[in-house]
Every structure is written in C-alpha cells, then in structure tokens.
Design a binder for this molecule. Structure first.
Ligand SMILES: [Zn+2]
Length: 320
C-alpha cells in the first residue's frame, strides 16, 4: 500500500497544511530514502546512485524522489516493485493458510473466526486499476474533469488521482501480476504457442502464450506472456529468441515444455525445428505441432481456389 506521501499528488486537494508540515518527518520512513541522503537544503535530496540533487517540491514529498528512481534507475525501481509484490503474495498466502486452518473444522470455525461476518469493501485504487485495465482506458482518463466529477458524485471525499500516481500503481500491479503468474506456473508442465504478424501501419508484432492443465481441476489455462513490437528481424531465429526471453522471464524451463505449437508457414516451421533442437540441448523433449486450424484453412483455401475454374468450365459446357 502506498504511503500518504506517495498518494499525494500535485492535484491532490486533500493535502492539508498540517500534513505538509509533518511530511518531512514522515517521509523519512519511505523506502526511497534507502537511495537518498538529506541535503543541507531540505527541499533537495541527494541521489546516492547518480549523485543528482533532486528537488522534492514545495511540499517536500517523496513523489519526485520516486519518479527520479523510476526514470533514471529503472532496475532499482523494478527490484523494489518485485520485492513488494513478493511480500504481498506471501502475506495473502499466509492469510489464506490462517483461514484454511480455522475452517478445517466447521464446528470450531464458527467460534474462532469472524470472517463470514465481514463484507470486504474494495479499495478505490484497486477498482480503478481493474476497470482501466479491463476496458483499455488511457492513463489520462484519471485527469478528465468529467471522470473526477463522476467519482465525487458518488463520494465527496473520493480520492483525486493524478496520471503519475496511476502510472506508478499500474507498474506495481504489473509486477504483482508477474510474480503471481510465476507462482502459478512454477513446476507446471506446459505447452506454448507463438506467432508474429504485421499491422496495417507496417509494424511487426510477436506474441507467446503458455498453456497448462490444472492437475486438480483438469481445467485448461492460458497465459499470454507478452505482446511486443518487433525491434529486430523476422527470421525464425528472432522468433525463437523472443520466446526464449519470455520463457526465462517467467522461469519456464524447456524440461517442462511438452510442446510448441505454431502455424505451418515456412518461418514458423523452421522456428519449431529450432525450438525442438534447443529443447534437446537443454535435456528437454519438447515436440513441435503444426496448428491444425491453420492447416485446415490452407487445405480449404486450396480446395476452393479450384472451384472457380470448375464453375467456369460448367458454364462453358452449358453454353455449348
Ligand atoms: Zn539518481
């Protein structure tokens, strides 16, 4: 959860003078201070990574310090997000264990836990993020005056969130989702599919999806591991390179990869062969499978391409 300092934004009307006065002492608790030392002028903080003096702004919040780390020291910022996501995951799993233990015996659970009586009120930040992600909203929506008005129509004290704040929340959510996905995929046998294509604007994209069957429910799950703009070539080696980067990012080894499925276009067939070769080199036994849908499409296309000539020939015969 973000600290009050992190939540405060330039547009935050809820910032009170008393908070501003105390921000100096409370901000020293923020994680960002691991990478900063205080300057003689309290408005500035000295970055210990690049020795830059960062202006903390008139309310001396940690927001500018965090933004500096985000923009100039992305690795450090990502590490922080990853550690935070892991902590959140471990907290939620220990909470789950407690609940499971307490509900292990139904007679005891009714006396030991009050969980059934609580109605969890979702946090505004969480709901806003989920809505933005699921409906592909642009970041600027949070600064739209009509959107803010709508939020305040529901509750006059509704938080006013800036674009920078939502960007930081989105980065946190991304890291949390990555760690959660890694946890789910850990130890699973999986197959993966990949393909590349070119948009109308002539920009190349490539994607890779992992599939696995849950051992307890026998349900098939699919995770899109990423959709990226191609910055390199479009050879089969490039496709394999891209997928292997994704697989290693999610800690998915070849030894657990049962199969790779691609369409039967020449580049993808060559990529399939290379996947199989790399898997064998890593002591895996991944098989390549050509997508049956794509194959059927090609067969149908071929079959129907002759129909026009058959039809013309039929018309010609009728006119004789
Ligand atoms: Zn720096």
């Amino acid at each position: 959860m973000a600290t009050p300092e992190q939540q405060r934004t330039p547009n935050d009307r809820s910032t009170r003078p008393s908070e501003i006065a105390s921000s100096s002492s409370s901000s020293s608790r923020s994680w960002v201070w691991e990478y900063y030392s205080k300057d003689t002028n309290p408005i500035f903080a000295l970055c210990s990574l690049c020795r830059t003096k960062v202006n903390r702004g008139k309310d001396m919040s940690t927001g500018p310090l965090m933004r500096h780390l985000q923009r100039k020291h992305d690795r450090v910022y990502r590490q922080h997000l990853s550690a935070k996501a892991l902590l959140r995951l471990s907290q939620s799993s220990s909470m789950h264990t407690t609940i499971t233990d307490s509900t292990g015996d139904s007679a005891i659970s009714s006396t030991l836990t009050l969980d059934p009586f609580f109605i969890n009120c979702p946090s505004f930040d969480d709901c806003l993020l989920k809505w933005m992600i699921s409906s592909y909203q642009p970041l600027r929506i949070v600064e739209d005056p009509y959107f803010r008005r709508m939020c305040q129509s529901l509750n006059k004290k509704a938080p006013i969130i800036s674009r920078d704040k939502i960007k930081a929340l989105l980065a946190e959510r991304f890291q949390l989702t990555v760690e959660l996905t890694k946890n789910i995929l850990k130890g699973q046998h999986f197959s993966f599919t990949t393909d590349g294509w070119t948009s109308l604007a002539n920009i190349g994209y490539v994607t890779c999806t992992a599939h696995f069957i849950d051992r307890t429910t026998w349900k098939l799950h699919s995770f899109v591991m990423g959709l990226y703009e191609k910055d390199g070539g479009s050879r089969h080696e490039d496709i394999v390179d891209y997928c292997e980067t994704q697989l290693s990012f999610f800690n998915l080894p070849y030894s657990h990869a049962v199969a790779v499925v691609t369409d039967t276009e020449n580049t993808m067939v060559a990529a399939g062969r290379l996947f199989v070769q790399h898997s064998a080199e890593a002591n895996g036994s991944t098989k390549w499978l050509g997508c049956i849908d794509h194959l059927l499409q090609l067969v149908t296309k071929k079959a129907f391409s002759g129909m026009f000539f058959v039809y013309c020939f039929f018309i010609y015969l009728c006119t004789l």
